[in-house]
Write a protein of this length. Structure first.
Length: 300
C-alpha cells in the first residue's frame, strides 16, 4: 500500500473518531497539552528520512497522520474554549465606544457585523439606536451608518481581521446594546469568533451567520410574527433557543454534524418542525448549512 494512502486513511480515521466521540460523549482531555506537543511531528519527520527505503516507513507515516489529526482537533477545541471565556481583566486592553442616536422615525434597522478573533455579546437594550463597547488586545474597529427616513443601515467591522499571535493569542470583546423599537435585520460574518446574542427583547426579522471556526449562541423572543435565520458555517458549535409558543421549521443540510432538535418532529430527510408550527401566528424559519459542527435548537 502506498504511504500517501496510509497517511490520508489514518488522518481521516483519527479526525472522524474524535469528532464522533466529541458528539456523543463528554471526554475530559487536556487538548492544550496535546497541542503543545506539535514539535513531535518534526522529530518523526526526521526519523522518516532515516527510514526512507525501509519496509517500516509506513509505521512512521501512520504516526505522523495520527498526530496531525490530534493536533487539528486539539486546535479546534482550544479555539472554541477560548471564545467562550470572556475574561478581560487586564487594564492594558484598548477600549473604544461607538454610538448612534435613535430617531423616532426609524422603524427598521439593519446591522452588518464583520469581525475576526474574539467575542461578541448582545444582551441589553439602550435608548440609542445602537451602543457599542469594544475591548481587546489588537485590531481597531470602524463604525459607519446610512440612514434614510425610517430605515437605518449600520456597519461594524474590524479594520484588521488577520489572525495574529503576539505573546499568545490576542482577542477582542465587543458588547452591543440595541434599541428595542425598530424591526431588526442582522448579518454576521465572523472568522474565529464567539457570538452570544440574547435577542429576546427585540423584534428580529432576519438573522444570518457566515462563520469559520466559531461558537454561536442565540436566544430569540416572541416579539416578531416572522423570523428567518440562515446559518452557513465550517467548524462551529451552534445553540438556538426559541420560546415554546413560537412555531419553528428547520432545514438542516449538515455533514459530520451532531444535531439535537428538542421538541421537533422530523418531516423529511432534512426537515424538522414543532408540533404547533401550523397553529401559531408567530413562526421562525431556520436554514442551516454546517460541515463539522455541533448544532442544537431548544425551546424554553
Amino acid at each position: 500500500m502506498k504511504s500517501s494512502h496510509i497517511f490520508w486513511g489514518i488522518l481521516f480515521l483519527t479526525l472522524g473518531t474524535l469528532i464522533l466521540i466529541d458528539n456523543v460523549a463528554t471526554v475530559n482531555i487536556n487538548w492544550g497539552f496535546i497541542w503543545n506537543l506539535w514539535p513531535l511531528v518534526l522529530i518523526i519527520l526526521g526519523l522518516l528520512f532515516f527510514m526512507r527505503g525501509t519496509e517500516y516507513k509506513w509505521i512512521v507515516v501512520a504516526i505522523i497522520a495520527l498526530l496531525i489529526g490530534l493536533f487539528v482537533f486539539a486546535g479546534y477545541q482550544n479555539i472554541t474554549d477560548v471564545f467562550q471565556t470572556n475574561n478581560f481583566d487586564d487594564d492594558n486592553f484598548d477600549v473604544e465606544y461607538f454610538n448612534q442616536p435613535y430617531q423616532k422615525e426609524t422603524k427598521k434597522a439593519s446591522l452588518f457585523v464583520n469581525c475576526g478573533v474574539g467575542s461578541i455579546v448582545t444582551n441589553d437594550t439602550t435608548g440609542e439606536l445602537i451602543s457599542i463597547k469594544s475591548k481587546g488586545g489588537w485590531g481597531k474597529y470602524s463604525f459607519s451608518h446610512d440612514i434614510h427616513d425610517d430605515y437605518a443601515n449600520l456597519y461594524f467591522e474590524m479594520e484588521d481581521k488577520h489572525f495574529r499571535w503576539r505573546s499568545g493569542m490576542k482577542k477582542n470583546h465587543v458588547e452591543m446594546k440595541l434599541n428595542p423599537n425598530p424591526v431588526w435585520d442582522m448579518e454576521y460574518e465572523v472568522g474565529a469568533e464567539g457570538v452570544d446574542l440574547d435577542l429576546s427583547k427585540f423584534k428580529i426579522s432576519s438573522l444570518a451567520f457566515k462563520s469559520g471556526v466559531s461558537w454561536i449562541k442565540v436566544k430569540l423572543g416572541d416579539k416578531s410574527d416572522s423570523t428567518k435565520i440562515k446559518f452557513d458555517s465550517g467548524v462551529s458549535k451552534l445553540r438556538i433557543y426559541i420560546p415554546k409558543n413560537v412555531g419553528c421549521d428547520i432545514e438542516a443540510r449538515t455533514e459530520l454534524t451532531k444535531k439535537r432538535f428538542e421538541g421537533f418532529i422530523k418531516t423529511d430527510s432534512h426537515y424538522y418542525q414543532t408540533e404547533n408550527f401550523n397553529n401559531t401566528k408567530k413562526k421562525v424559519w431556520i436554514d442551516m448549512k454546517a460541515d463539522v459542527s455541533n448544532v442544537a435548537v431548544e425551546r424554553y
